[in-house]
Every structure is written in C-alpha cells, then in structure tokens.
Design a protein around this ligand. Structure first.
Ligand SMILES: Cc1ncc(COP(=O)(O)O)c(C=O)c1O
Length: 390
C-alpha cells in the first residue's frame, strides 16, 4: 500500500492532520468526481431521458452489489438507507414485540440505538436492559456480562460492533452465537466498524447490520445500508411503505403486500449522485484492501496509544491493546477539559479531533491514510499541553 499515493488522492490530508473519520471521513477525489459526474450527467442530459433512467437504475444496483460484496453478503440482503440510524430504526420498528419481551443493549451505545429503544419501551412495553461494560473488559467478560442479562424473554441484543464513546471493539461472532443459543437476534450498530475493519456477514453469523458510508468508508453524507440475513427479510415489517412494498394493488380493494424481498423497505426517489459516490468510495477502499486497512489502522493506533500513555498527565479511556482495541483512541489530559484539548489541537496544530461526553475524553480516529509523523505531531503537542497545564 503506497500511503503517499493514497494521500495525494485525499485532498483534505494536505490541509490538516485529519483524525476525525469516526465522525465523518474525508472523501478521496474519485468519490467527489463520481458524485459531480453523475449529477452533471443527469441534468445536462435531462433526468428522465430513457438512457439516463436506465443508467440511474444500473448505478443504484451497482451500489447495492458493491455493498453486498464489501460486507460478504448477497444483494438480496442489502437495502440502501440514508445512514446507520435509519437502518437501526427499520429493524427496531419492523420487528413485532409483545409486552414484556426483553431487549439487551449496553452503556456504550450511541443515542441512535438508545433513543429508539426507549421509544420502543414506552410504546410497546418491552423491557430494556443496558448492561454496564467497562473499556478494560476482556472479550470473555463482555460475553459473560451479556449472558448474565439474558432471560427466557430476551428477543434482541442491540450493540455497536465498535463503541464510539470508548473505542471498544466487541467480539461480534461470539455475541451472535451467544444470542442465537438463547433464541435471540442481534442488531448491530456498525457506524464505527464499516470501513474500519474487515467484515463478512455470513462468516460472522450476523442477523442485522446497519452501516453508513460517510465515516470510515469516506463516502458522501446521506447514504448507507442495512444488511438483513436473507431468511429474516420476511419477518421484518416495513414501517414506512410505498409502491415497492406491494406485489399488486388496484382501486377495488385488492392488495398483495410484498413480504419476502428486501426492496419492500425502499421508498420512492433516491439519489443517483450519492449512490455513485458510495460505489466509488467502496472501490477506493477495496483497491487498498480492507484487511490491509484494518492492519494499518491497528498498527498506527497502537503507536498512538503507546506514545500518549508515555506522556505524564495523559490517561487513556479506550482499551490499551488486544482484541477489544481499534482505531479510536480516547484519552483525557489532567487539568484540561476535552473541549479545550480539541480546541488547542486545532488552533496550534491543525489537528482535527473531537470530544466525547460519555467517556469525558478527546477522541482521535486513526485511519489508514494517517501517518506515523502525524501521530508524532499529536504526541508532541499533547506533551506541550500537559506540561503547561501542570
Ligand atoms: C456508534 C454510532 N451510531 C450511530 C451514529 C449515527 O450515525 P449515522 O449518521 O450514520 O446515523 C454514530 C455517529 O457518530 C455512531 O458513532
């Protein structure tokens, strides 16, 4: 992997030390070009010309296929969504829950999982348990805590594959197996994992996996996808429906719903430019190789954690190493608020990071396009800040 060449194609890397892909990744030039080209083509030609309509349909099917291959799934298991949250809501509002059914989640979740769960609890009377996990828990401790919360009424487990607040990577295959052995399904919030680590839905025994294109995949905002295991598609009722959710209808009252095709979740007009941009982003990512990307992120972020941990006054909030660690490095600085740290990193070093309330930390998203020198620059600035604050 030639990082110099890759960086040349990501314009944002010339303007800052960009460590915030966990919020939104900087798109490579081919992604921006694909969006613009599609938009211009549609509008210079006329959006409903027969050949433009056909090309648009093909563009969207190519995106579905690209996502399927990227996730180790089939196109029949992929519905294009607006983002992760949209996918989570499709599943939570599409499963049928009885009063007293039980759902397990955990304290590392994003509001995009937590708030829909509370709505579900208040609307349908389901019980929700948030298991308390710690950043230093081992994979076995995570599994044990979740298993201890299981009851005969547990229907669903909702977890992030990678927690956005503490940067903890959960043992997903084992969690899926655990849930299945208790007759429960698993809905995964994949906002922080898609494009960050190598994925294979079938090998990981996944049920539902909701992702976005705009973070670690570095595609445009506003397009993502939901994976539903093929044999579960029929069970999930579409909460919002339009023509694609009908096999047949007339105006005499005859109506046959479409039940067993994932297209039932898709509504009317969607964006060709965003679809073209997401396909370009996936192609850019796969040409570097997702396994290689994961490996480089692991090495770079381990370097970052080592460097930061050596600085007096810096405390890591994310796992130091091992199977639960990932490219999200969260830390706090003695004597400074995370807001101040983020501001100082930007103002003194053009380093882009963010603060996270739940872990009271500053979070760096270390992506494969980052470099050892950039990490060194962050470490030097953190040393400067801690010695000033002490
Ligand atoms: C874990 C997690 N879930 C959900 C979201 C929301 O993502 P989206 O904008 O794709 O809905 C985020 C965004 O930061 C996140 O980190």
């Amino acid at each position: 992997m030639d990082i110099g060449e890759i960086r040349k194609q990501i314009p944002a890397t010339e303007r800052s030390l960009y460590f915030n892909s966990g919020w939104s990744g900087p798109s490579p030039q081919p992604v921006t070009d694909a969006v613009i080209h599609n938009l211009e083509h549609q509008n210079f030609e006329g959006p409903t010309l027969p050949h433009v309509l056909l090309e648009e349909r093909e563009t969207k099917e190519r995106t579905r296929q690209a996502i399927a291959e990227f996730l180790g799934a089939t196109a029949e298991e992929i519905t294009i969504r607006q983002n992760t949250t949209d996918g989570i809501n499709v599943v939570l509002n599409g499963l049928t829950f009885a009063e007293d059914d039980h759902i397990i989640s955990c304290n590392l979740e994003h509001s995009s999982g937590v708030v829909p769960l509370y709505y579900l609890r208040d609307r349908h009377g389901v019980d929700v348990t948030f298991v308390k996990l710690e950043a230093e828990d081992s994979p076995q401790e995570i599994l044990d805590k979740i298993e201890a919360a299981m009851t005969p009424k547990t229907r669903l487990l909702l977890v992030s594959h990678i927690s956005y607040s503490f940067g903890v990577r959960l043992p997903l295959l084992e969690l899926n197996q655990l849930a299945h052995s208790h007759n429960a399904y698993v809905l995964v919030d994949a906002a922080q994992s898609a494009g960050h680590i190598a994925l294979d839905m079938h090998a990981m025994d996944c049920d539902f996996y909701a992702m976005t294109g705009h973070k670690w995949i570095m595609g445009p905002d506003g397009i993502g996808a939901l994976y539903i295991r093929r044999d579960l598609v029929e069970m999930v009722e579409p909460a919002s429906v339009a023509g694609r959710a009908a096999e047949h209808y007339d105006f005499e009252g005859d109506f046959t719903p479409r039940r067993d095709e994932i297209k039932k979740f898709e509504l009317t007009t969607t964006s060709g430019p965003l679809a073209a941009g997401l396909t370009a982003a996936i192609n850019f990512q796969t040409s570097a190789g997702q396994a290689q990307i994961e490996e480089r992120i692991a090495a770079l972020s381990a370097l970052a954690r080592r460097r930061f941990a050596d600085i007096p006054g810096v405390r890591l909030a994310s796992p130091e190493d091992g199977p639960t660690s990932c490219g999200l490095a969260c830390f706090s600085l003695e004597g400074m608020t995370p807001e101040d740290v983020v501001k100082q990193l930007w103002e003194r070093g053009r380093i882009v990071a963010r603060q996270v309330r739940e872990s009271a930390s500053t979070r760096l998203s270390v992506h494969y396009f980052n470099t050892e020198n950039e990490i060194q620059a962050v470490a030097s600035l953190l040393s400067e800040l801690t010695s000033e604050a002490r």
